[in-house]
Each structure stands twice: as structure tokens, then as C-alpha cells.
Write a protein that binds this ligand. Sequence first.
Ligand SMILES: C[S@@+](CC[C@H](N)C(=O)[O-])C[C@H]1O[C@@H](n2cnc3c(N)ncnc32)[C@H](O)[C@@H]1O
Length: 259
Amino acid sequence: MGKHLHTTLADRFKYFTSPIRPRPDDIEIVRQQLSLLNKPARGILLGVTKELVELANDEIKMIAVDRSKDMIEHHWIGNNSNRIVKLADWLELESIATNINFVIGDGIFNVIDRKCQHQLMDCIRNVLADDGLLIVRVQCNPVVRETIKEIFENTTNNFCAFLSRLVNSICDSNFEVRGSEIFNKFKEYVTDIDIARFRWTKEDISIIEAHENSSHVITFLTEEMFTKLCDQHQMKILSKFNGSYQLSERNPTFIIRKD
Ligand SMILES: C[S@@+](CC[C@H](N)C(=O)[O-])C[C@H]1O[C@@H](n2cnc3c(N)ncnc32)[C@H](O)[C@@H]1O
């Protein structure tokens, strides 16, 4: 098996910006929701998202779970009495903690394939207490896909906004896309003249290069499909929030509880 995408991405991950990375208004939503939980609260962070780990405190304890040693080495901000990291697959959550008050994550349902989405939703349901919350930002596909011409018409210097729209538009009929396909389409559609015109940097482009030959599949459901995924696993969306930044309308944070 080839390397996981996040192994090749680990040292370039710092070049990701919004909307692929969360903005302060996204983090504020999670902070507010966690502040409403009965204290002390304990939960799981899926991934090592720095801004989310920083929400841990004496009353809100977190275990971060990530299967990539490289991502942990590059991005984990350090264990202390309120937060620790575990190297493990999300599908093994039940061996890490159960009856917890929250599960949080950013883009976690995007970095896995459709089959794994179902397995992950079950795992999350199994580790949450009955009144526990799943708080998750999901990068959603628009109902009507953009053409490459439309994408270029509204493109700016924000490389990650371009990449996000491109990746949404090239998902297959199962709403999945392979890393290598992202690399190939980028090479097909984007010229050096475009890169110069939008003033994208070599660091921006290095994100794309990490996808070359990657068989890793990522997924961009529509909001309606994500709602259905929750329903299928007896998880109920209580509310939804959008930030106020470029493409925030496609990147809602959902507050979810067991049905
Ligand atoms: C949380 S996601 C998305 C990134 C997010 N938008 C952010 O900026 O934090 C990225 C992380 O998911 C991890 N990951 C993906 N699939 C996983 C799995 N099945 N088990 C554990 N970690 C996984 C990757 O190793 C990577 O560190």
C-alpha cells in the first residue's frame, strides 16, 4: 500500500488556509458548544487540529486521535494534564474511550471514503454518552456543481478556495475523488500563466504535488447527503452554523446528538 496522503502532506500542511482550515469563527462555535456541556467534560478530538486542541482546559479534557505519526510529529502542540494524543485509527475509538461528552473534528468526514464515513459515524455513536455531542465542520459540495469556467471566473489569490472548489467539482458520481485525480485535473486545467496571474506561491502548489500518485480517496457530500448519513446512523442534527468567510456557506459546523 502507498503512503497515506497525510504522510506526504504533513510537512506542507502549514500551507493550508481557509476554507480548508477552520477560521476563528468556526472555532468560536465549537468553544460555545463545549462551554454549554456539564463540567467536567471529556471527549475526543479527531485529528490534531491545533485551534481545536487549544479549547482543552481543566474542565474540558481531550484525547486527540490521529493515525499519522508524521502529522502528530509536525502539528501536535504537546501533551499536558488536559490534552493527550494517541496514534490510532478513528475506527478503533472504542478502545480509547467510551461514554464521553463530546467528539469534535474539522473536515473529518472529508478525508475518508463513503464506506468509512458510515463506519466512523457508528464508532462515534458508540463512544458518545446519550447526551454527548458530535461537533463537526463538514466541507460540503454545492447542489449544483460549478464548471471549471465558473471556478476560474471567481478565482482570487486564495489558493485553498480555488482548490476546494476544484475538488468539489471533480468528485465522481459517488461524491468521492482520489488524490491522483486532483493532481491530474490541476495539471490539466491550470497553467503557469494562471499561477502567476493569481499570485499563487510555490508553497501553495506544493500542496497539489503531495497528491501525485496518491490513491487516498476523499469525499464531499452535499449538505442533504450528510444529513441523510446522520439519519442512517440514528444521529440527529440539532443545529448548524456558518462562519463569514469566502466559501463559508459550503463549510457548515453541525451540532449533532444521538437520536
Ligand atoms: C482532521 S482531518 C482534516 C484537516 C482539518 N481541516 C484541519 O485543518 O485540521 C486531517 C487528519 O485526519 C487524519 N486521519 C484521516 N483519516 C484518519 C483515520 N481513519 N484515523 C485516524 N486519523 C485519520 C490525518 O492523519 C490528518 O492528520
